[in-house]
Write a protein that binds this ligand. Structure first.
Ligand code: PMV
Length: 328
């Protein structure tokens, strides 16, 4: 009988961003990063070992949201499984069926939860027990941000070779959550892998960005431990703006924002002046996430809904790390 497991993981939103690779092959990050995993951004992945598929190339099957995955995704997942086989961690081929319980097309961080769930699930088939930190390192090979979804909660990922994420605050002790404003936008033209290469090669601000991210990371570690929302929030917003300055200065430019992104950035300042404490962050896309106290998330969501160009509003609480359960 074939064996199967069900793995779940949650996508995370970075408060200090990873943007730039030291090594593209191994996905070694050039910047340290720190993030919050969100319960509304959940991925569920079923992994089934296929019998009798031998060494046929392309024998791994990949399904996304109940349909065979597109060519690009299938190639990426097969290459990832191949890397595990080459490290001697697993043998044989698999059927990978992944479901995202959030709008994937919206360009939210589905690769983070996807590769975290996949790495945690594959570890259940490994020839030896793989420690959690090692699962995080392996998830990073699929997508840098996925390393942080393995521990969940507030997680920190240092830069460099062998980097793996560690949890610095568990979800139940994290007093903040996030409101995600999904804005109207066409599909993004440059993905994060390609964008990071372009910024490193052709942004005059790339080195300044890396130096800034290192400083922000150190300050952020301290502020998170002190549960100091004002400091965490200001670093969050400033760090995202520094990353986007580096992106926008890339030649040719990497401009992920839309008019609604700018409007939301303007509004968050007004909300703060009026006493509603929320701080914005933006990944490689037009959507804006707002960090706020758990008890003020509903108030922030109500304000976000009023902003023109906002298509959908999600409210997320801190989420745990990747988990695996056996299934039939
Ligand atoms: O993990 P990747 O390759 O999708 O890159 C993530 C890049 C950002 O979302 C922009 C920043 C981050 O740290 O999540």
């Amino acid at each position: 009988m074939s064996r199967a497991v069900l793995a779940t993981a949650h996508a995370n939103i970075a408060l200090v961003k990873y943007w730039g690779k030291k090594d593209s092959q191994r996905n070694d990050p050039a910047t340290p990063s720190l993030s919050l995993a969100l319960d509304v951004l959940r991925t569920e992945t079923r992994i089934e070992q296929l019998e009798g598929s031998g060494d046929l190339p392309g024998a791994d099957l990949v399904e996304l949201d109940g349909q065979p995955a597109g060519e690009k995704t299938t190639r990426r997942i097969r290459a990832y499984l191949e890397a595990w086989r080459q490290e001697g961690l697993i043998a044989g081929h698999f059927r990978i069926s992944s479901v995202n319980h959030f709008p994937t097309a919206a360009g939210l961080a589905s690769s983070a939860s996807g590769f975290a769930a996949l790495a945690a699930g594959l570890a259940a088939f490994a020839k030896k027990k793989i420690p959690r930190r090692e699962i995080s390192r392996l998830a990073r090979m699929g997508s840098g941000s996925a390393a942080r979804s393995v521990p969940g909660g507030i997680a920190a990922l240092p830069a460099g070779h062998q980097a793996a994420a560690r949890r610095i605050l568990p979800p139940e002790k994290t007093p903040w959550g996030m409101v995600v404003a999904v804005v109207e936008a066409p599909p993004k033209s440059v993905g994060s892998t390609e964008g990071m290469i372009r910024s490193r090669l052709a942004s005059p601000y790339f080195n300044a960005w890396v130096a800034t991210a290192r400083k922000d990371y150190r300050r952020m570690l301290r502020a998170v431990k002190e549960l100091d929302l004002a400091t965490v929030g200001h670093h969050t917003e400033n760090n995202a703006l520094a990353m986007h300055a580096c992106m926008i200065a890339t030649r040719p430019r990497l401009m992920y924002w839309s008019a609604a992104t700018l409007e939301l950035l303007r509004c968050v300042q007004v909300w703060r002046e009026q006493g509603l404490e929320a701080y914005a962050t933006i990944d490689a896309g037009p959507h804006v996430c707002f960090l706020a106290r758990r008890e003020e998330l509903a108030l922030v969501a109500a304000e976000v809904e009023k902003v023109s160009g906002v298509q959908r509003v999600l409210v997320g609480l801190p989420a745990p790390g990747a988990e695996v359960v056996p299934c039939s």
